[in-house]
Design a protein around this ligand. Structure first.
Ligand code: PMP
Length: 295
């Protein structure tokens, strides 16, 4: 059954600046710098069977993302880790999605934010399979009308809220045209990623993935590269042009929320949900549930 409760009106607890607060009381003032100028960074992490997968790497990335934007997460990586576990427990979640967000506060209005204080909140909730049935059948991608910006025009290695503006616009554009998501090209016209996950293509038993020089080098992406190598699968990181998509047999996306999701089409190009994709999907599912060594 679809859950149509809004995200501000739920039971449970949110960790907010050092302590758990009742869910509905985890609010910020309207004159918060982040609200006006996107001075906010976040993470998306999944817990499986009570264990948060690659938690410390996500907490470290949160710190890095904030530093890129010029502010500091006001808690150490260890404290962020512990707060994530605490919020999971407080909400009685075993399998769940954890969302830390760090933002500049309300001490200052205007572009300058030198005097703002950083805040950290962490929520957690149940979040099923991101693409639902698409995880089995493969999803259909539109080609996004927006391109990933060049690294000298935006902080592309930061998981900064501002970078998601074009993702939401591209996702809506795709959904309105009957697609599941969109494939974004970069500013040069090369294949980049979807609106919230990294891209892998399969040809002749090898994996090809775009070089992450203007988008997140996802934690799931790095995990999948490792899993593939453990199976003796060749992984080639390189620039990929959209015209080349025709020559690939399989295509899948990777992300903490999206996990490993096969793609059945991207624009005019079609792909099969093949064995290699299914193998990586199964390996990832086993790894996150502790059934495969993460060495
Ligand atoms: N690209 C974008 C735009 C994303 O939002 C995400 C999800 N964080 C990813 C890639 C994949 O990153 P990860 O595997 O670390 O979740």
């Amino acid at each position: 059954m679809a859950d149509d409760r809004t995200y501000d009106d739920r039971d449970g607890f949110i960790w907010f600046d050092g302590a758990l607060r009742p869910w509905r009381d985890a609010n910020v003032h309207i004159l918060t710098h982040a609200m006006h100028y996107a001075s906010s960074v976040f993470e998306g992490v999944r817990a499986y069977g009570g264990e948060i997968f690659e938690l410390t790497r996500h907490s470290e990335r949160l710190h890095y993302s904030a530093q890129v934007l010029g502010f500091e997460v006001p808690y150490t990586v260890e404290q962020v880790d512990e707060a994530c576990r605490e919020v999971l427990r407080a909400n009685n979640l075993v399998d769940g999605y954890v969302r830390p967000v760090c933002w500049r506060g309300s001490e200052q209005m205007g572009v300058s934010a030198q005097r703002t204080q950083p805040h950290l909140a962490i929520a957690a909730w149940e979040w099923g399979v991101y693409f639902g049935e698409g995880a089995k059948t493969g999803i259909r991608l539109d080609i996004a009308p927006w391109r990933r910006p060049a690294p000298y025009t935006a902080p592309t290695q930061s998981k900064a809220a501002g970078l998601y503006m074009i993702c939401t616009m591209s996702k809506h554009h795709a959904e309105n045209r009957g697609f599941d998501d969109a494939l974004m090209l970069d500013w040069r016209g090369k294949v980049a990623e979807s609106t919230g996950a990294n891209a892998f293509l399969v040809k002749d038993g090898a994996l090809h993935t775009p070089t992450p020089d203007c988008f997140l080098n996802g934690i799931t992406r790095q995990t999948v590269i490792k899993l593939a190598k453990q199976r003796g699968i060749e992984v080639i990181e390189r620039p990929i042009w959209p015209e080349e998509l025709e020559s690939f047999e399989q295509f899948f996306l990777t992300g903490s929320a999206a996990e490993v999701t096969p793609v059945q089409s991207a624009g005019p190009w079609n792909f099969e949900v093949g064995k290699l994709t299914q193998q990586i999907q199964a390996d990832y599912a086993n790894l996150v549930r502790g059934k495969l060594a993460n060495s």
